[in-house]
Design a protein around this ligand. Structure first.
Ligand code: FES
Length: 189
């Protein structure tokens, strides 16, 4: 059974309203490959703000097995291709996340290229805080429980989130939420 829960969220109250995307906004059934949606995201000042977000869908790619994931142990993969800036991680956080899949909605995936100036976030996942970062260049840090929103540092865009589907025990990457650094319209390299 396929779980299209790429847009679920653990937040509550105003925060929930501020950081989730309506599932229908992804329009998986539309056949669109790249499109923009307006998304309410919390700002660093704690307020909600409507921002444009780019969503791209690609042929799905098997990236892991739910039963093989260990909490806070990232699994690396490339998506949407194996070109520049496609390094990504899949991680079971143990905490319900925006876009999380699985019974606890705690499995998420993110591109590893900092949106500021392209620094690599390889090996920067911090399980105790559920963040990626700080970026080695200018210290940007991103919250993986809230769609990769920036929590500190120089960047001004969220980290691109890999949209996931669960099919039985198989985890598939199916698209990107946000623009990958160094690419125009998330085109495959
Ligand atoms: S490149 Fe990552 S903070 Fe500047």
């Amino acid at each position: 059974m396929t779980d299209h829960n790429a847009t679920g969220c653990s937040c509550s109250g105003e925060v929930k309203k501020a950081c989730t995307v309506n599932r229908r906004q992804f329009l998986f059934a539309s056949g669109a490959t790249t499109f923009a949606v307006m998304v309410a995201m919390p700002t660093r000042h704690g307020q909600a703000e409507q921002v444009p977000a780019l969503v791209s869908t690609y042929p799905r790619k098997l990236i892991g097995k739910l039963s093989e994931l260990e909490q806070d142990v990232p699994v690396e993969f490339y998506y949407p291709d194996e070109g520049d800036y496609s390094d990504s991680i899949l991680v079971k956080t143990g905490t319900e996340c925006g876009g999380g899949i699985g019974p606890q909605k705690d499995v998420v995936a993110f591109n590893l290229t900092c949106t500021h100036q392209g620094g690599s976030l390889y090996d920067t996942y911090k399980g105790e805080h559920k963040v990626l970062g700080p970026c080695p260049l200018h210290l940007s840090t991103y919250d993986v429980t809230r769609h990769g929103i920036l929590v500190s540092g120089q960047a001004y865009q969220s980290l691109p989130q890999v949209l996931l589907e669960l099919d039985g025990d198989d985890i598939y990457a199916v698209g990107m939420f946000g623009l990958i650094y160094g690419r125009y319209d998330n085109l495959i390299a």
